[in-house]
Design a protein around this ligand. Structure first.
Ligand SMILES: *[C@@H]1O[C@H](CO)[C@@H](O)[C@H](O)[C@H]1NC(C)=O
Ligand SMILES: *[C@@H]1O[C@H](CO)[C@@H](O)[C@H](O)[C@H]1NC(C)=O
Ligand SMILES: *[C@@H]1O[C@H](CO)[C@@H](O)[C@H](O)[C@H]1NC(C)=O
Ligand SMILES: *[C@@H]1O[C@H](CO)[C@@H](O)[C@H](O)[C@H]1NC(C)=O
Ligand SMILES: *[C@@H]1O[C@H](CO)[C@@H](O)[C@H](O)[C@H]1NC(C)=O
Ligand SMILES: *[C@@H]1O[C@H](CO)[C@@H](O)[C@H](O)[C@H]1NC(C)=O
Ligand SMILES: *[C@@H]1O[C@H](CO)[C@@H](O)[C@H](O)[C@H]1NC(C)=O
Ligand SMILES: *[C@@H]1O[C@H](CO)[C@@H](O)[C@H](O)[C@H]1NC(C)=O
Ligand SMILES: *[C@@H]1O[C@H](CO)[C@@H](O)[C@H](O)[C@H]1NC(C)=O
Length: 562
């Protein structure tokens, strides 16, 4: 009897511990995704993908370990998927929302994503992942806040602002999609939160952010564009970089910050100038522009007591062609090893100084003509999207009939460019070194891996060699989900593959991605006991070899206010 009491008390104690740890919330969102012709930045109507009528889409404001349910109603005339850029979907690639993990949500149907922002913090974004939809919008901000019990390595700011900045085209996304080829189309404008530059048009709003003299603010700056990297700066103000894609950085004070496609940063800005209005600008990299160009994004930092509009010339930035400036800045963005993040232990408890590498993968991002079509390639293989998502094929039929492991060249470039359903098999819980080469000499690239963070250990010019390892920073490399690759150069990352699943490794440049510069990494744990990965969700959509997608009209019509 005494032992029963003991058992009972043990259970009570365990429950108390569990309850005090699981103060996670459930965030239920209902998104109606539709086309709108009126909210464009230019005078010409163009189709824009809105969420609940807005562009950009709504903020997902979560805290570490919260559950996020997003019921997506697809009112477009095409299949749709959203991916959660930087959210690691622990053991749950079923929710990743890319063509290799999910069947698309058909027009006039709805489908609910359900995922946990497990052990994460920081600034991320979401966007549509198929059909070139990202060109038309549908993107939005994700914040993952620290749990209250964990110290953040800087004082609580007065307020936070999400600045989604990116290049934009005035042409209908379907028209651009239909003529993607060897020609390079330069974007028309750079927008801040969907808004045109200050002074661009009297009829269109510009972005304005209100601050009070003496206070400090957190700006979460993301590049939601398709092609252009930009340099971000605020007239007469310094910024302190504190976080990037879920990692607290060593705090460095900058006049300007380069942000590449798909990346996010948090910077602290103190309103320490005279009461006035100041320019917020983002200028494209690797492009010559003049101050009045629509490709120079301009917003306004408005002091509460300001009585005058912005004045003076735009703050000057680095030469857009100065790669050394950008590389040096990138090298100075380092992990704060002593800061805690999602958990109280120091970020530096993951120390890569002397990890044993299981494998090195070398990936050349390039392009080629395949059967007369212009395509982007990885090691001369252009990804071919099968009708059946890889994840479903993996789970139900061990990939058979959909993809073949061992075909993709992980260390060399195929002699003849070709299509392929590229899936790389990787060792569960192995440390992998990935080298990204950008074969383009005039344009940036950036790479992203779902499910994991990259430890960014090095950048260099030309071809990577084994000797390049001597230049790595293994002491405090920053961990992030998207990394830039300079023209004709390489970027090296380490990644610890502790998250079983089928994970997308892609160029974040929309045209490169859409035309084949991607592959999947299959991280598989042979041990079925205890089961590591989540089983398929109850609402799993089937398609391809597993059946037809649900016919349009299968779900109720969304009502206003949903
Ligand atoms: C986001 O969530 C945090 C934590 O619950 C809260 O303090 C904050 O006010 C929220 N921000 C917004 C914009 O909803
Ligand atoms: C579609 O929306 C309805 C109404 O909100 C909901 O009950 C249902 O679960 C959703 N369907 C899917 C597949 O998520
Ligand atoms: C950009 O401008 C610089 C001078 O400021 C010039 O040397 C260079 O040729 C220009 N580049 C292009 C691509 O126009
Ligand atoms: C790193 O984080 C700690 C908090 O753990 C903070 O006190 C320190 O200032 C940070 N260091 C730098 C260089 O940002
Ligand atoms: C990482 O570990 C190595 C030894 O394995 C040690 O020399 C180094 O100081 C550690 N780095 C940090 C930042 O703690
Ligand atoms: C580095 O290697 C040494 C010797 O193999 C080992 O004792 C040490 O724990 C390792 N450090 C880390 C941070 O893994
Ligand atoms: C690729 O094909 C296009 C049109 O078919 C042609 O104009 C171009 O020269 C080709 N490029 C190469 C590198 O062969
Ligand atoms: C699944 O396929 C792989 C090769 O792609 C093979 O090594 C493995 O044995 C297969 N597993 C089963 C259960 O058939
Ligand atoms: C890639 O394939 C093309 C032919 O499609 C070939 O001309 C080129 O040399 C290949 N690249 C390499 C590095 O082998």
């Amino acid at each position: 009897m005494g032992s029963l009491d003991h058992l009972t008390w043990s259970i009570v104690a365990l429950l108390v511990v569990l309850l005090s740890r699981t103060n996670a919330e459930v965030i239920n969102l209902r998104w109606v995704v539709a086309i709108d012709y009126t909210s464009g930045p230019s005078a010409y109507p163009q189709p824009i993908i809105t969420i609940n009528g807005g562009h950009p889409g709504p903020l997902i404001n979560a805290t570490t370990n919260d559950v996020v349910n997003v019921n997506v109603f697809n009112n477009l005339d095409e299949p749709l998927l959203f991916t959660w850029n930087g959210i690691q979907q622990r053991l749950n690639s079923w929710q990743d929302g890319v063509s290799g993990t999910n069947c698309a949500i058909q027009p006039n149907t709805n489908w609910t994503y359900s995922f946990v922002v497990k052990d994460q913090i920081g600034t991320h974004t979401y966007f549509p992942s198929i059909n070139y939809h990202k060109l038309a919008g549908g993107f939005g901000p994700i914040r993952v806040n620290n749990r209250i019990v964990i110290n953040v390595p800087f004082a609580k700011p007065e307020a936070e602002f999400d600045l989604l900045i990116g290049d934009w085209f005035f042409t209908d996304y379907k028209v651009i999609r239909s003529r993607l080829g060897a020609s390079t189309e330069v974007p028309d404008i750079i927008l801040i939160n969907g808004k045109a530059p200050y002074g661009y048009s009297a009829l269109k709003p510009y972005e304005s952010v209100e601050v009070t003299k003496g206070k400090t603010y957190r700006f979460r700056v993301s590049n939601v564009g398709t092609t252009l990297s930009f340099n971000f700066r605020i007239q007469n103000h310094k910024m302190v970089v504190v976080e990037t894609e879920g990692s607290y950085t060593n705090q460095i004070t900058l006049d300007s910050l380069d942000v590449h496609v798909g990346q996010s940063y948090s910077v602290l800005v103190t309103a320490d100038q005279e009461d006035a209005d100041y320019y917020i600008v983002a200028t494209p990299k690797l492009l010559n522009t003049t101050d009045d160009s629509p490709l120079v994004a301009k917003g306004v930092l408005h002091y509460t007591e300001s009585g005058s509009p912005v004045s003076g010339s735009l703050p000057t930035g680095p030469d857009p062609w100065d790669i050394d400036f950008s590389v040096n800045q990138a090298r100075s963005v380092r992990w704060n090893m002593t800061a805690g993040a999602a958990r109280p232990n120091r970020q530096g408890s993951f120390n890569v100084t002397n990890v044993t590498l299981s494998e090195t993968i070398i990936l050349h991002g390039s392009h080629a003509n395949i059967s007369g079509s212009f395509r982007y390639t990885v090691n001369n293989v252009s990804y071919f999207t099968p009708n059946t998502p890889l994840k479903l094929a993996d789970y139900y039929v061990n990939g058979s009939g959909v993809y073949q492991l061992g075909e993709f060249p992980t260390q060399s470039v195929k002699e003849d460019a070709d299509y392929g359903v590229s899936v790389v098999s990787a060792i569960h819980k192995g440390w992998h070194e990935i080298i990204f080469q950008n074969d383009a000499l005039m344009s940036m690239d950036s790479w992203h891996l779902d499910g994991f963070g990259f430890y960014v250990v090095g950048f260099g010019e030309g071809e990577w060699t084994v000797g390049s390892r001597d230049t790595y920073n293994l002491y405090d490399p920053v961990v992030r989900s998207t990394v830039q690759v300079y023209p004709g150069g390489w970027t090296a990352v380490y990644v610890f593959l502790d998250n079983p699943g089928m994970w997308n490794l892609r160029s974040q440049h929309l045209k490169r991605w859409y035309l084949g510069q991607e592959l999947y990494v299959r991280v598989h744990d042979d041990d079925p006991n205890p089961a590591k990965e989540n089983p398929p969700p109850e609402n799993l959509l089937k398609c391809g070899m597993f059946g037809e997608p649900i016919a349009p009209g299968g779900a109720p019509e969304p009502q206003p206010g949903w």
